[in-house]
Design a protein around this ligand. Structure first.
Ligand code: SF4
Ligand code: SF4
Length: 221
């Protein structure tokens, strides 16, 4: 999948989560596409037009990778369903939570910003998932936060939506973020850029991500 543009890939077991529509499809291929640091670094006080374009471009790439991976699995004789990169099916939730698949597949943990934090790129990734009945050899899940004492995203959040919670596997989203408050804030304040769908502050401010940090210019403060 890296050849298709994925930056990170893992396999996870999801058969215990009880999604009726995916009955018999107990495995998830979870993958991440990294964002471009030059664009993310410019997201300081709110979203930029370039960030919104990147967000949409990466979503399109994720849908493309998910489609190709699903067709490949079907050609191999398995069932496969690609989960849309960004689609809400009500209550600000997706058909299947990409972040749950990603933690099950060992790609990262859920940060205090309620986003997946990868060791490689921090939260500067977007996620894709393919649900399948192919019996994959799964990766080791990540079950607890590695945020430690950091609370930078909590302090930077302009809508005060983040609750300074250290995640562990199985925790409800509401314990970490007031998602409705975040969404309404974005609609009120960032409607001109991205129709109020993006903000990016709690992504750009996060210090995690070894590869991202290693690749920074020595002149970057
Ligand atoms: S997207 Fe913006 S408003 Fe929402 S939690 Fe992150 S920093 Fe706060
Ligand atoms: S800014 Fe700090 S607390 Fe927030 S997600 Fe990143 S590491 Fe975790």
């Amino acid at each position: 999948m890296q050849s298709l543009g994925a930056s990170l890939v893992g396999f996870g077991y999801i058969g215990d989560l009880g999604y009726d529509e995916f009955y018999g499809m107990d495995y998830a291929v979870s993958f991440a596409v990294r964002m471009v640091d030059g664009v993310m670094d410019a997201v300081v006080g709110g979203p930029t037009y370039t960030y919104y374009h990147l967000y949409r471009t990466v979503n399109a790439l994720i849908d493309d990778i998910g489609l190709k991976a699903s067709i490949y699995l079907e050609e191999m004789g398995f069932k496969a369903i690609p989960i849309p990169a960004s689609q809400s099916v009500g209550e600000l939730k997706a058909a299947f939570p990409h972040k749950t698949a990603a933690t099950r597949a060992g790609l990262g943990w859920i940060g205090k910003n309620c986003l997946l934090i990868t060791r490689e790129y921090g939260p500067r990734v977007r996620l894709g998932t393919v649900i399948t009945n192919a019996q994959l050899v799964v990766d080791k899940p990540i079950v607890e936060s590695e945020c430690g004492n950091c609370d930078l995203c909590v302090r930077k959040c302009p809508s005060l939506s983040l609750k300074n919670t250290l995640w562990y596997a199985g925790m409800e989203r509401d314990e970490i973020v007031d998602a409705r408050n975040c969404s309404e804030f974005m609609k009120r304040n960032y409607n001109k850029i991205g129709y109020g769908h993006v903000c990016g502050i709690c992504i750009s401010c996060c210090p995690k991500g070894e590869k991202r940090i290693r690749h920074q210019s020595p002149f970057t403060i």
